[in-house]
Ligand binder design. Structure first.
Ligand SMILES: [Zn+2]
Length: 320
């Protein structure tokens, strides 16, 4: 395979928004290109709603020390895929080997997404994450590879790359696998807006402030040493082990030790998370034994010793 001229069609068929950037079918580096996987990067540029793709020009044209194109697609702040190249690009350098991706020429082996966020004090947006999961699933399906062929640059790099920051790559692969339909495990999501499945007192405000929110909005409350949890109710199909994931928007003003309570078969278990970081994606709280039945199963507690707002957005259970 010398090129992947199917890329735009495959992305659009997966519901990913695409902008074609000029002569993408003929813009590429010379050399071999036989991709077997997908590599995630961040650009290190600060994007925003009004400046959604600050690194686009560099990804197309390169920079003085590295000739463009620098990726097959750039993912902007809104989750739009800007498709730059159907061929080999300078994104991966040498692969040291990671999972099923062997050591070798990373630019031959992998298709690269440059996700436009700075990775230091800015995380990936929820729109970027969801679009990148959908695009990765669609491309790996086209390549005939499973989700283990999705990697992060920090996993394959031999030169100490850190990208993509703030992302748990094992959770990313689990989300890609779920999108590919590879798993038939029971899974259920309760958002703070899910009818009949979320309860919280009037002390919990409603916010749309962060673009990392799951769904329309999320709930927030001041930390306080009283029992006033927000509860998520699930209809657990059978007693067994379930992975519990939580999604929150992150902000420097949010709580660094937010308690999540999981009501297990052997009593309540509490897991503390730092809601100042790693927002806009599923984060695993752990795997717990749960009883069957329809009941309040996971809560966000306000009883935190740390300052900053506690956030209740979405919770996901998956049978393992
Ligand atoms: Zn990179």
């Amino acid at each position: 395979m010398a090129t992947i001229p199917w890329l735009v069609d495959v992305l659009r068929a997966a519901g990913v928004q695409v902008v074609v950037e000029g002569d993408w079918l003929n813009r590429m580096r010379p050399g071999d290109f036989n991709p077997i996987g997908v590599l995630w990067h961040h650009t290190a540029s600060t994007s925003s709603a009004t400046n959604p793709h600050p690194a686009l020009n560099i990804c197309i044209n390169g920079r003085p020390d590295l000739a463009g194109p620098l990726c097959q697609a750039l993912v902007d702040y809104h989750g739009v895929f800007h498709v730059i190249s159907a061929g080999r690009c300078n994104h991966a350098g040498v692969s040291g080997g990671s999972g099923p991706i062997p050591a070798g020429d990373g630019n031959t082996l992998m298709i690269g997404w440059e996700i436009d966020y700075n990775g230091v004090d800015q995380e990936m947006t929820a729109a970027q994450y969801n679009a990148s999961v959908a695009a990765t699933a669609a491309v790996l399906t086209r390549l005939g590879r499973d989700a283990s062929y999705a990697r992060g640059h920090r996993e394959t790099s031999t030169t100490g790359k850190i990208d993509p920051s703030f992302i748990d790559l094992d959770v990313m692969r689990a989300d890609v696998a779920a999108k590919m339909g590879g798993g038939t495990a029971w899974s259920s999501i309760v958002d703070n807006t899910t009818a009949g499945r979320f309860t919280a007192s009037a002390a919990w405000g409603v916010s749309t402030y962060s673009g990392q929110r799951y769904g329309a909005d999320y709930r927030y409350a001041d930390p306080v040493a009283v029992s006033d949890p927000a509860w998520y109710r699930f209809n657990v199909p059978a007693a067994g082990n379930y992975r519990v994931d939580a999604w929150w928007p992150a902000n420097s003003g949010y709580n660094s030790a937010t308690p999540y309570i999981v009501a297990t078969t052997t009593g309540n278990r509490t897991v503390y998370v730092d809601q100042r970081v790693t927002g806009g994606q599923w984060r695993t709280l752990g795997t717990f034994a749960l009883p069957a039945g329809d009941a309040n199963r996971v809560a966000v507690s306000r009883w935190s010793s740390a300052s900053g707002l506690v956030i209740a957005d979405a919770v996901r259970l998956t049978r393992v």
